[in-house]
Design a protein. Structure first.
Length: 342
């Protein structure tokens, strides 16, 4: 930490999330008695162990800076539909970079942990979520709540530079002239589809038989649906996907050691590829392995922020009628719970 409670300025790969005030949320549905005092204790302990969750953003000479907060972030509790876990929440990155919401109806409740994307990506947030419920279980059962404290998470730039990985191109000159007007807000429909346990098992079994990951199979299915909905040939779609780099760097990066430890790539279905999720998923795997081998996946975000031009992106939007974005947040870690909870 530097003077006056300021940790540091946001790195270039972190700044876009401040511009969008982007938060990531994970919701756990609880049935039975939810001990709000224990939950508040657990959240306070987590914020003590990970103080960036209680920090806030201020504007510095070089852009947003992370500043220590004197008080912990608030737990929001509302009565309402647990299917709407953000009921009543008011997020403000100038006040806190995380929040915990509880929406309850009778013995049912949703508990949503929100983390600001500038200080935690999805994999980071999932690790914090697991710690939160471990602390809650300890508090309910009368065990001392004392999660281990970790260092402030480092930026992708620092982690990659430490491993000898740098942007492929020099940084572009700062743009001149007035900043462009932000695009108008667009309200988009949200559709959620959840596979049953039997469907999930069948999907995993198919991947094992064909030697294709579940992510590859779902990517192939998604592209087929998008092509049908948009009435476009498969070859005119670009799939933009992100990659968790933690297990793909040496030495490995811990879950909460970095803020946004991600890479990215673009993928197009080659001519002659049949409309088959297995074939598309297998080709996607080849593309991913090639990008990791030549380092382009690891460098992708560095190149993007250092030279924000078309040729710095892991996909070329000028050659695609539609870009389909896919983010695989991975498997949710098991969450501890008191033995008497449902």
């Amino acid at each position: 930490m530097t003077r006056d409670g300021i940790w540091r300025a946001l790195a270039p790969t972190e700044k876009p999330h401040a511009a969008k005030e982007a938060y990531i949320g994970y919701t756990v549905r609880a049935t039975g008695r939810l001990d709000l005092d224990a939950l508040t204790t657990a959240y306070a302990a987590v914020c003590h162990a990970h103080p960036h969750l209680a920090a806030h953003l201020e504007t510095g000479d070089a852009g947003p800076v992370l500043v220590q907060s004197g008080a912990g972030p608030q737990v929001w509790v509302r009565d309402g539909d647990p299917g709407r876990p953000l009921t009543g929440v008011e997020l403000d990155q100038h006040r806190a970079l995380s929040a915990l919401t509880v929406v309850r109806e009778g013995d049912d409740a949703s508990v949503c942990l929100l983390t600001h994307h500038s200080v935690a990506d999805a994999h980071h947030s999932l690790a914090v979520l697991a710690t939160l419920w471990s602390c809650y279980t300890d508090a309910v059962q009368g065990v001392p709540v004392d999660p281990p404290c970790g260092p402030y998470p480092r930026s992708l730039e620092d982690l990659l530079a430490e491993r000898g990985i740098h942007a492929h191109a020099p940084a572009a000159a700062a743009p001149t002239g007035p900043a462009p007007e932000p695009p108008a807000a667009v309200v988009r429909p949200v559709v959620q589809h959840r596979l049953t346990q039997a469907q999930t098992t069948a999907l995993v079994d198919l991947g094992h038989r064909e030697g294709v990951t579940v992510n590859g199979l779902l990517s192939g299915a998604l592209l087929l649906v998008e092509a049908q909905v948009r009435n476009l040939p498969l070859t005119e779609l670009v799939l933009r996907f992100t990659v968790n780099l933690r297990d793909r760097l040496t030495p490995r990066v811990g879950a909460t050691e970095g803020t946004n430890v991600l890479g990215g790539a673009g993928f197009t279905v080659a001519d002659g590829t049949g409309p088959d999720p297995v074939a598309i998923g297998r080709a996607l795997g080849v593309r991913l392995r090639a990008g990791l081998a030549d380092g382009s996946v690891q460098r992708s975000l560095l190149d993007l922020v250092n030279r924000p031009a078309q040729d710095a992106r892991p996909w070329d939007p000028s050659r695609a009628h539609a870009v389909v974005s896919l983010m695989n947040w991975g498997r949710r870690p098991p969450c501890a719970r008191p033995t008497a909870c449902g």
